[in-house]
Design a protein around this ligand. Structure first.
Ligand SMILES: [Zn+2]
Length: 430
């Protein structure tokens, strides 16, 4: 007789055979649905038990499933456990999940493998970013850092727009909002957790003329120098400025606005970033006048550290996202056009992320419907969901779109769509 795998529901303490829980779609819903959330279940195949997250997929095949709650512990399942990650083992319950996200009333918790000191970080190890590429949906695959950036942007409320914001979103103001939004983001790694605000560094705006700003920049560099010299691993974020060509080691140097030191991307990371940005206008190098924002996990590059020179900075992981002139996040050029039009016409709207949205009525509505639209027009009652349909020539995309539309129709949700392959003109706004 072989071993059987059992799981325990942490809140109730109930233990069930995994086989029974995952036997049918009905069983999955019955047993897993009440425990939706991160690290609500543990697999008992190993000691100590392995934390599991109950996730829900609505568009595509509706399903409740188990995914790893911890990147470091996911490999501990016993060989005989159905949740063991191995070659050819690709059933739904083994799909690697993006980092677990828990949204509470006034904060977002992101669980990932974010090491904090130089010694813990494994040079050349695959970072979190690699994980999501094994997921089923390539379109929604994002790195752990990208999800963290979304959580931050959402807590800073920078993904909403009102006409009164016009002219008020410049580098210094978004920096301030992000640093205060970081107080509402908690990072969890292994057994430790800390506020992102303790660990997030964004260069202050540089000005050669303003003495106060010059002093702030000098203090920022001194603080960064001290932390990097003490082998800390830090979150460094900022507006993308430029990237150098590949160097002799196969890496590339990336530069942020208002910060004179480059961040070195090792070859694997540079290639991954190139791939992630390949469909953007201008590719990785970008285009004049567009907005991109970078969140990186950095440390001092190995080597002697001088007390008076900034150590060479190396990225362990990096995420880069695109934004409109008003710093609204964008997924495509068509979304940019819609966003620019909404701003020009003085409309009020939000751009929800596919996950890690702060708790508000929009994310509540999206959660209830099981759908995340491209934009929500909030100056109409009821609010209108907006869908920019970019790939209606792909069968999978058509199916997902039809499922979304069915949900909108069933729930009486007003929806506006633009099928970009049908017409290049943006349809009239509601
Ligand atoms: Zn197991």
């Amino acid at each position: 007789m072989g071993n059987s795998a059992f799981i325990r529901f942490i809140r109730t303490g109930q233990v069930m055979p995994l086989e029974v829980v995952t036997a049918t779609a009905e069983n999955r819903e019955h047993y897993l649905k009440p425990f939706a959330g991160s690290a609500t279940v543990e697999c008992l195949c190993a000691h100590p038990p392995i934390p599991m997250t109950v996730a829900h997929r609505r568009v595509g095949t509706e399903s409740w499933y188990l995914c790893p709650a911890s990147a470091t512990e996911k490999h501990r399942h016993a060989e005989w456990c159905p949740l063991h990650l191995g070659a050819g083992n690709d059933s739904a319950d083994n799909l690697d999940a993006p980092p677990a996200v828990t949204v509470e009333d006034n904060r977002t918790i992101i669980r990932g493998s974010f090491t904090r000191t130089w010694a813990e970080a494994k040079p050349g190890a695959k970072a979190d970013a690699e994980r999501s590429e094994t997921g089923s949906s390539k379109a929604s695959a994002r790195s752990g850092l990208a999800v963290l950036l979304w959580a931050l942007w959402s807590q800073a409320q920078l993904n909403t727009w009102k006409p009164v914001f016009l002219g008020k979103r410049f580098y210094g103001s978004i920096r301030g909002r992000l640093l205060s939004g970081a107080q509402r983001v908690t990072v969890e790694s292994g057994r430790s957790n800390w506020s992102l605000a303790d660990d997030l560094h964004i260069p202050p705006a540089w000005s050669a003329k303003d003495q106060v700003q010059k002093t702030a920049c000098a203090q920022f560099e001194a603080m960064l120098h001290a932390k990097l010299s003490h082998h800390q691993v830090l979150f460094l974020a900022g507006q993308f400025r430029k990237i150098d060509e590949t160097d002799a080691d196969g890496g590339r140097m990336i530069y942020l606005s208002h910060f004179r030191h480059g961040l070195w991307l090792p070859p694997g990371l540079a290639q991954r970033l190139e791939k992630a940005t390949s469909q953007w206008a201008g590719g990785l190098a970008g285009e004049e006048g567009e907005h991109r924002f970078v969140l990186a996990r950095v440390r001092a590059k190995k080597g002697p550290v001088a007390s008076d020179v900034m150590p060479n900075i190396e990225c362990l992981d990096i995420a880069m996202e695109r934004f409109s002139q008003e710093w609204i996040p964008l997924d495509s050029e068509h979304e940019r056009r819609v966003c620019d039009l909404l701003v020009a016409e003085g409309r009020e709207f939000a751009k929800p992320f596919t996950q890690a949205n702060r708790k508000d009525w929009i994310s509540g509505l999206c959660l209830k419907l099981g759908v995340v639209p491209d934009f929500v027009l909030t100056d109409r009652k009821p609010a209108v969901f907006m869908e920019v349909l970019g790939r209606m020539n792909e069968p999978d995309y058509q199916v997902r779109t039809a499922e979304k539309m069915a949900i909108y129709q069933k729930t009486g949700r007003p929806v506006w769509t633009w099928d970009v392959l049908q017409t290049d003109m943006i349809p009239e706004l509601p």
